[in-house]
Design a protein around this ligand. Structure first.
Ligand SMILES: NC(=O)c1ccc[n+]([C@@H]2O[C@H](COP(=O)([O-])OP(=O)(O)OC[C@H]3O[C@@H](n4cnc5c(N)ncnc54)[C@H](O)[C@@H]3O)[C@@H](O)[C@H]2O)c1
Ligand SMILES: [Zn+2]
Length: 702
């Protein structure tokens, strides 16, 4: 459709239009329309947009503003006069009973208030209600049911005609093949909705694409519309698609039947669809009497956008009364009775200017792309982690590449893809260093891992990062310390390692600019306070590889004092909750390394809390045998069998009737027989004597 040269020219023109703050001139009108049509093709037909939605919307608004001032120059094929065509020519086209339009977009409360005024005028003082529902970010479809049977499903196409994708739509489980419309007197009904791919299915889909070396899709919308065009309906079934149906566009009643009242309002329509077994957004929609209430609701919904299982890109506000909808009518592009309220953009385009390699506290090398600063979701983004070398290879990123950047909610920004077609030939590969960029030690990458590491424990970058981690909020939480002070003190030679935090030369610090009496006092008291932090914070703060907060808590609970961890074997560690071989290996290594022991000795000498939770827990606990199982066999010398069993139960343990893998302790008396033999074979049972049992009962915890 477009040659590589045309693509480059059109993209350069887009960039010019986007940069120019001013409105366009008469001469540029044609070029802007061509540019918009090109992006519509990339978006609707190729499913591979080259600019972000926000950029497209800005171009569109530019054209709209120009045409509003010069209505004499509007042509019927202008992108503002019809919906972007997505006819691929691969399917039979079918005419919609009623045109299938786009929506008018609004971006702020003021836009909504303006629209409300127009609607109020049209309502002539009648009671006005708005129905508000999510704007589902998928691909639109139109379904036709006749005599309760689904007879066809069509894409939006150019709004007048769409493509017949019935075979594919029949694979979507939330679209019933038959529905009891006749009970409402309906013979034929045309319904509109959105085919969606959930966030989970989308992630799975992209993972598979990556694995197969295919291009990842920019968003679930692209994935949904791409799925509708698959040639093999069976393949559609595996994509995990859903459909929300939110509009009735046409109804033919069975002869002699009266229309149900549900057909009088939009909310009634949603209820009717729901009652007939279609997934309409009844639960997701709400009715409001005033635009003020609508505005506050859309704000609330935007805040919970990320907790939904599917993507929405805004809200749609609809006039609830169908009579008023009809009075308001439509343009050739959108109905006047509905308004989309678009949420803040999540994607933008930018350029990779350089890539830096950062060294983390565990020595991991993270490539970070420095991009041309771009505003996204309320913040300006100028650097983006590329995670590791594999990701760079998978996404085929190069320095100089134009890229699509995404920032969803609290998730850290990431690069969705490079816009490879826009390459000029001057882009250069991203070369991973062979040596640590800070200490120059050769980097290592163990088999099966994707991260390169500097394994020099004295690497400056790591030393500093470890200290930053140690003082951080989730670790020792030394409030007034922070990253900036760690770096400053280190640079000045005041601070060399973690224990040094507790022996800072305060007099020298007092002479530094910005360290008044007050801030120095705060620093000192924060450092002092950290000495009594619970043990798990210290363990976490040590920055042992793979030991997060949760693991640190597990470890702190298991010991009376930190030093005990030195005696844990890898097997001992693996018996603890949620600790696998990788984590166990790392903990074991840490406690065997002489450097670690020296570090801990210095910290202990500084008076840091090394006490774990083990002893306190047991003294408080009245059920030291909780979770343990016992069985007695053979003849006991000192205790009666019944008394012994009662002792176990009194301490929270359980008596089992036979030897199995569930058994923890077999107390074997004289002449023990088959049970003892079986326990020996099992290898998992602790076999103890009566005397050992008595000792255990008298001890706080086995
Ligand atoms: N990045 C690009 O290059 C590019 C190019 C073209 C279009 N676009 C994007 O597409 C938009 C235009 O596309 P569009 O015409 O499909 O409009 P749209 O997606 O902004 O809104 C209209 C569509 O919303 C859908 N919708 C979802 N939930 C709905 C609900 N509850 N009620 C009614 N409709 C609902 C319908 O399918 C309807 O057709 C642009 O604003 C832009 O964001 C991007
Ligand atoms: Zn290094």
């Amino acid at each position: 459709m477009y040659t590589p040269d045309q693509i480059k020219t059109l993209q350069a023109q887009s960039a010019n239009f986007l940069q120019a703050a001013t409105t366009i001139t008469d001469n540029e009108l044609d070029a802007l329309r061509r540019v918009l049509r090109f992006h519509e093709y990339r978006y609707y037909v190729a499913d591979n947009p080259l600019i972000s939605d926000e950029e497209y919307d800005r171009l569109y608004k530019k054209l709209e503003a120009y045409e509003a001032a010069r209505p004499d120059l509007i042509t019927s094929d202008s992108p503002t006069q019809r919906v972007g065509a997505n006819l691929t020519g691969q399917f039979e086209t079918i005419r919609h009973l009623v045109p299938m339009l786009s929506l008018e977009n609004s971006y702020n409360a003021a836009d909504l208030v303006d629209w409300d005024k127009k609607v109020q005028e049209a309502s002539k003082g009648g009671h006005l209600r708005y129905s508000v529902e999510p704007k589902f970010d998928g691909a639109s479809i139109s379904l036709l049911y006749e005599d309760d049977q689904l007879i066809r499903a069509v894409t939006r196409g150019d709004g007048i005609e769409g493509e017949d994708v019935t075979a594919n739509i029949r694979q979507i489980r939330s679209v019933p093949l038959s529905a009891p419309f006749a009970t409402y007197g309906i013979q034929q009904i045309e319904i509109r909705g959105e085919v969606m791919m959930s966030k989970v299915s989308f992630q799975k889909f992209n993972d598979k694409q990556t694995e197969a070396g295919l291009q990842v899709l920019a968003n679930p919308r692209n994935a949904a519309s791409g799925s509708l065009r698959l040639k093999d309906p069976a393949a559609v079934r595996h994509r995990g698609l859903d459909a929300f149906l939110y509009h009735i566009s046409s109804v033919v009643l069975i002869e002699g039947k009266k229309p149900t009242q549900l057909l009088d309002t939009h909310s009634g329509n949603l209820a009717l669809l729901w009652k007939c077994g279609l997934r309409s957004p009844t639960k997701e929609s709400e009715i409001f009497d005033t635009m003020d209430a609508v505005i506050s609701h859309v704000g609330d919904f935007e805040a919970m956008r990320d907790s939904l299982p599917y993507e929405i890109d805004g809200m749609v506000i609809k006039v609830d009364s169908i009579a008023l909808q009809e009075a308001l009518g439509m343009t050739s592009h959108h109905p006047r009775w509905a308004m989309a309220y678009k949420f803040k953009a999540r994607q933008a385009t930018s350029t990779i200017e350089t890539v830096e390699f950062q060294v983390g506290r565990t020595g991991a090398i993270t490539p970070v792309a420095k991009i041309t600063p771009v505003a996204l979701g309320g913040v300006t983004i100028s650097s983006i982690s590329l995670f590791n070398e594999d990701i760079i290879k998978e996404k085929e990123l190069r320095i100089g590449d134009q890229v699509l950047v995404e920032r969803a909610g609290d998730v850290i920004p990431n690069i969705v893809k490079a816009l490879t077609e826009l390459r000029k030939g001057t882009e250069t590969p991203i070369v991973f260093p062979e040596n640590c960029p800070v200490c120059q030690a050769p980097l290592h990458k163990p088999e099966g891992e994707s991260v390169w590491r500097c394994i020099n424990p004295y690497c400056e970058a790591q030393v500093v990062e470890r200290m930053i981690h140690f003082v951080s909020k989730d670790a020792m939480d030394i409030r007034s310390f922070g990253e900036a002070n760690v770096r400053k003190f280190y640079k000045l030679g005041f601070l060399k390692d973690i224990p040094g935090i507790y022996s800072l030369d305060l007099e020298r610090i007092a002479q530094l600019e910005g360290f008044g009496k007050r801030s120095l006092e705060n620093l000192v008291s924060a450092i002092e306070k950290s000495k009594t932090q619970p043990l798990y914070r210290l363990i976490f703060g040590l920055g042992i590889r793979f030991v997060g907060e949760t693991t640190a808590k597990v470890l702190a609970k298991k010991v009376a004092a930190l030093w005990e961890l030195k005696d844990f074997s890898q097997e001992d560690l693996m018996e603890l909750e949620d600790i696998g071989p990788k984590v166990a290996g790392s903990i074991y290594e840490f406690f065997q390394a002489p450097e670690s022991i020296a570090l801990l000795q210095r910290l202990e000498a500084e008076g840091l809390n090394f006490k774990g939770q083990k002893t306190t827990l047991q003294q408080e606990g009245t059920s030291p045998f909780e979770g343990l199982t016992f069985l007695f066999t053979g003849t006991l010398e000192h205790l009666k069998r019944n008394d012994a069993e009662a002792m176990v139960e009194a301490k929270g343990g359980k008596i089992l009737s036979g030897v199995s893998a569930k058994l923890n302790y077999l107390v074997a008396g004289a002449a023990a027989g088959s049970k003892l033999e079986k326990a020996k074979k099992l290898n998992t049972v602790n076999i103890i004597s009566e005397q050992e049992f008595i000792t255990m009962v008298n001890e706080p915890r086995p």
